[in-house]
Design a protein around this ligand. Structure first.
Ligand SMILES: [Zn+2]
Length: 144
């Protein structure tokens, strides 16, 4: 009986998550119309790097304070996103999320998705999540 109840709760939780993600994506899009100075600076200076295309697009923003992994309009590994947005305390997207959209719109990003192999991509993500900085990604960029 309990299993049935659990099964039934999944679709509604999933639907809630999907609608929250759509709402957040719309907020990021609106923010793109009036981006902050930080977002414009990062989005226009090739500090936005695509590190993987499949199975999911992964981006890294080389920020002033650290490097952050971004999934477009959905996730950023920076403290603001993790502490404020993911917990529902704020709906204001961090400048990293907006800077990726600016860089994509203007074609001003580094595409290393064919240069970085899956093992290196995993290493970059690990380094960013562990220490907010990826020596591996910086090495690849300098070799380019
Ligand atoms: Zn961020």
């Amino acid at each position: 009986m309990q299993k049935d109840a659990e099964k039934q709760s999944y679709p509604s939780e999933l639907a809630q998550l999907v609608s929250r993600s759509k709402a957040f994506a719309a907020i990021v899009e609106r923010r793109l119309e009036e981006p902050s100075r930080d977002a414009i600076a990062a989005g226009g200076s090739f500090r936005v790097v695509k590190i993987a295309e499949v199975p999911v697009q992964l981006w890294v923003v080389l920020g002033e304070e650290g490097d952050y992994v971004v999934i477009r309009k959905a996730f950023c590994s920076c403290p603001h996103f993790r502490m404020k947005i993911a917990t529902g305390r704020s709906e204001t997207p961090c400048y990293h999320l907006v800077s990726v959209e600016i860089a994509v719109r203007d074609g001003r990003f580094r595409d290393l998705s064919r240069v970085i192999n899956p093992r290196e991509a995993a290493q970059v993500i690990f380094e960013v999540l562990a220490a907010d900085r990826s020596p591996t990604l910086r090495r690849v960029i300098h070799q380019e």
